[in-house]
Design a protein around this ligand. Structure first.
Ligand code: G4P
Length: 192
């Protein structure tokens, strides 16, 4: 997505060889117009998949997931990383290890919000090693629902997430694919 790549070049800050700071439009302040365009783009790509629900992980996945769900006319569910006061015991959960942050998070979603046979589209802000996506797939499978696709805002293509997702047979669509982050420079994957 050209406009997203331009935004990343304008406002993204490379922090070391692996981390891109994009909190001026995605991770803290949210560029609402750009997010709505992302939702349109994901909805267009996945429109033939009969999506019943969009699933993401709190917190930064929620904005693009909501924009996509709005466009598809379906509900948006986010997995929590901590039990809330009201979540109760009736939940699916999976464990996710983040190589980037070196922490393990529990993903928790109420059984009321993922149902058998639903076609679920997963959306997230970053794809690195695919662990958050694997955690979402585990939640969807526990519910007997179908993980039909994964939409990613920024894919770090130098990590192995894409391969992991493809090996699971899941249709992956990333709006921006970063080939490398080197000496403060951002290089995108050249699509043919
Ligand atoms: P993986 O799920 O693909 O294996 O990725 P990883 O564990 O490496 O990422 C875990 C968290 O780190 C996610 O946020 C993800 O959005 C974030 N992250 C990964 N790489 C980058 C990066 O280059 N830049 C930024 N800004 N974030 C990155 P999270 O723990 O879910 O937190 P939240 O921001 O959604 O609350």
């Amino acid at each position: 997505m050209k406009e997203l790549e331009e935004k990343i070049l304008e406002e993204g800050i490379v922090i070391g060889p692996n981390i891109l700071k994009v909190d001026s439009f995605l991770n803290q302040q949210i560029d609402s117009e750009l997010i709505l365009k992302m939702g349109k783009e994901f909805a267009q790509y996945f429109k033939d998949k009969n999506i019943d629900k969009v699933l993401t992980v709190e917190s930064s996945g929620i904005a693009p997931a909501l924009a996509t769900a709005l466009e598809l006319g379906v509900k948006c569910v986010f997995a929590r990383k901590q039990q809330s006061l009201t979540t109760g015991e009736n939940v699916y959960h999976s464990s996710v290890y983040s190589f980037t942050k070196q922490v393990t998070n529990e993903l928790i979603v109420s059984k009321n919000f993922l149902k058998e046979d639903e076609n679920v589209l997963m959306i997230d802000d970053f794809l690195a090693n695919g662990q958050a996506a694997k955690g979402m797939v585990a939640l969807i499978r526990q519910a007997g629902a179908n993980p039909v696709g994964l939409g990613i805002v920024i894919e770090k293509s130098f990590s192995d997430g894409r391969e992991i997702i493809k090996d699971m047979g899941i249709d992956l669509y990333s709006l921006a694919r970063i080939a490398k982050l080197e000496d403060g420079e951002i290089t995108f994957v050249k699509e043919d």
